[in-house]
Design a protein around this ligand. Sequence first.
Ligand code: RIB
Ligand code: NA
Length: 277
Amino acid sequence: MLGSANADLVVSVPRRPAGGETVLGGDTAVLPGGKGANTAVAAARVGGSVSFLGAVGPDQYGELLRSSLESAGVRTELLRTSSRPTGIAYITVTPDGENSIVVAPGANSDVVVPELPWESFAVLVCSLEVPVDVVEGAVRAAAERGVRPVLNLSPVTEVAPDVLALLDPLVVNEHEAASLAGTLPGLLDLGPKSAVVTLGARGAAVVTPEGVTEVPAPEVEVVDTTGAGDAFAGALATRLAEGDPLPAAAAFATRVAATSVTKPGAQPSYPTPSDLR
Ligand code: RIB
Ligand code: NA
């Protein structure tokens, strides 16, 4: 897994403030997050053998991230400590479980890809909030060595066409899909071999040249959707690495993501197989 690691500073609010407005919220929760670290933790919780490549700062938030990754069983030899502060995500959560996030990337801007033992990896999953040229280089290197590249293009960022063409799959949520293409099959016009679109409470859709397969989600009570897409990407990767076909891996990932939204936070809400609904 290659991507960001952030400390999530989370506050629940009755509603989001407008410009110039002040709204009082609940107590601040400090939770381990970041799209990349979330993906790694989700993948490991459901049994994946995972290494995380990223960067944190020399501060207490860096320690929080390192220990969350390690206690989920993620290997952290490739997690570097840079001189900039650990990335922070300022998150507000409303009573409907929706969130708004501002990210201060900090150390995530210092992620670099060293020489890697590619032969020991089956799948490389990347997400953004780290420099896009680092992600592009890693995807190219992985594909050259026969490692399957998966990209969760979140937040949406412009990526080189030759890199998009290597993805199997490109993973996006429905808003990201709409901003990238007019229709779900239209996502393949960007070049990836396949695409998976997460559809919130409606599950996910798998897009291949053969067509679109919908994967329904179990009905759950939504508490906090933060990091549900990352949970999806991590669980998907674990199953792809085990050799599942894409629709089966997506069906499993949908259950993992649905379970994650029933609890607050990102990483602390990710299920083990026995928690699955
Ligand atoms: O996808 C959710 C994540 O986005 C949060 O954990 C936050 O850190 C931001 O990176
Ligand atoms: Na959650």
